[in-house]
Write a protein that binds this ligand. Structure first.
Ligand code: ARG
Length: 290
């Protein structure tokens, strides 16, 4: 919707991790009791003990690399609440809590809203439009890339642009396996990685124009939700199954950290889905401050 300039590429040797703050929700009530995306099969049982151990592993990996993890109390009856990325968007002292597309997840919106209000952000609002938080909104320096087609509504893109005062680039998702933007696109340091097949022709062309040096993931890496990763400027936490993508990242000067979240994949989620970043303020120059 908004045209924005491309970012200058950074020297790969100069990449440095920047300490981040993440909000996570332990999968104490995780299960697959309904199916709202093609990954979910209610006949395929979930091993919750294993899910908890895997999630603990992700949290420990973040902390071992210098990041601060905050947690929201999980709620019984909300099996997808582990996917904290969907809880909303936080940039600086402004927080917008989610409005979910599916009734099965509707109660998560108020739960994240209450957490944001208690956390003391200066401005906390509940989204008016259907908005699945960082699942569909990727904060990329001084712009926001936004997905629509399966979950978040186009109107939510306008609402987010207005609420945060940042340009929003709207992208159409067309493949049901990649129902959230964060299943098909990952923000790196000075570029992005994405799977073009998840996007409409015009949206894929828009991304190619904005990020001429993006990493292009193949279907194999996309299919293990390898793009559902988290980058701190140097480390990239991503599914250990995304071996091709890890190789590409290494070649660009990033350090991939392989994570096993096989149980959460049964619900269509991986690393990024479990992680809501509490972003620092974005400045006009595009640098985040934490
Ligand atoms: N089962 C969840 C759903 O379909 C998975 C959400 C994954 N979250 C994400 N940010 N992609 O809503």
């Amino acid at each position: 919707m908004t045209s924005v300039a491309t970012l200058p590429a950074r020297d790969p040797a100069a990449r440095r991790p920047v300490p981040r703050r993440y909000l996570m929700c332990r999968p104490e009530h995780f299960d697959v009791t309904y199916a709202i995306n093609p990954w979910m099969d209610t006949a395929d049982p979930v091993n919750r003990v294993l899910a908890l151990a895997q999630w603990d592993g992700l949290r420990a990996a973040y902390e071992a690399h210098g990041h601060r993890v905050e947690v929201i109390e999980p709620i019984a009856g909300l099996p997808d609440m582990v996917f904290a990325a969907n809880g909303g968007l936080v940039i600086g002292d402004r927080a917008l809590s989610a409005r979910f597309a599916n009734p099965e997840r509707a109660q998560e919106g108020p739960a994240f809203h209450a957490w944001m209000a208690a956390r003391g952000f200066a401005t906390v609002a509940a989204a008016r439009e259907t908005n699945e938080g960082e699942g569909d909104f990727a904060i990329a320096a001084d712009r926001i890339l936004a997905g629509t087609g399966f979950r978040s509504a186009p109107g939510a893109h306008e609402e987010v642009a207005e609420f945060f005062g940042l340009p929003v680039v709207s992208l159409d998702l067309v493949d049901p396996r990649f129902y959230h933007l964060d299943t098909a696109l990952m923000v790196l340091d000075d570029t992005i990685a994405y799977y073009p097949g998840a996007f409409s022709g015009p949206s894929a062309r828009l991304l190619a124009g904005l990020y001429p040096d993006a990493l292009i993931a193949d279907e194999e890496d996309a299919n293990v939700l390898g793009l559902n990763g988290v980058c701190d400027g140097y480390h990239v936490f991503l599914s250990e199954k995304a071996v091709g993508l890890a190789e590409q990242l290494r070649a660009r000067g990033y350090q991939p950290i392989g994570i096993d979240l096989s149980e959460l994949l049964k619900s269509g989620g991986s690393v990024k889905c479990c992680t809501l970043e509490l972003h620092g303020v974005r400045t006009a120059a595009g640098s985040g401050t934490d």
